[in-house]
Design a protein. Structure first.
Length: 90
């Protein structure tokens, strides 16, 4: 978050999400299950394997939904990544 926060490529929406992640706030503003639905629709509309990174994202998000986190904000995936051995938050 330090690398992204305050940078010129971070939109106000992204900055707000980063702040929520830092606070551990995952109450739904945009539920993970809805974000996953949108990613799946984008993959269906795309040609086959053109968007491998998006397919990987969908797989990661599906794991979080399978853990019962689909009703929480999409930022909850940061917790799942931490549990899988990512860098813990400060």
């Amino acid at each position: 978050m330090d690398a992204l926060g305050g940078g010129p490529l971070v939109s106000p929406w992204q900055a707000a999400k980063l702040a929520r992640i830092a606070k551990g706030e995952v109450s739904a503003q945009f539920a993970l299950s809805l974000a996953l639905k949108d990613v799946r629709l984008a993959l269906q509309a795309a040609d086959g394997g053109r968007f491998a990174a998006l397919a990987c994202l969908a797989d990661e998000w599906q794991q979080a939904v399978d853990q019962g986190l689909g009703d929480q904000d999409l930022t909850v995936v940061t917790r799942v990544l931490e549990q899988q051995g990512g860098t813990p938050r400060p």
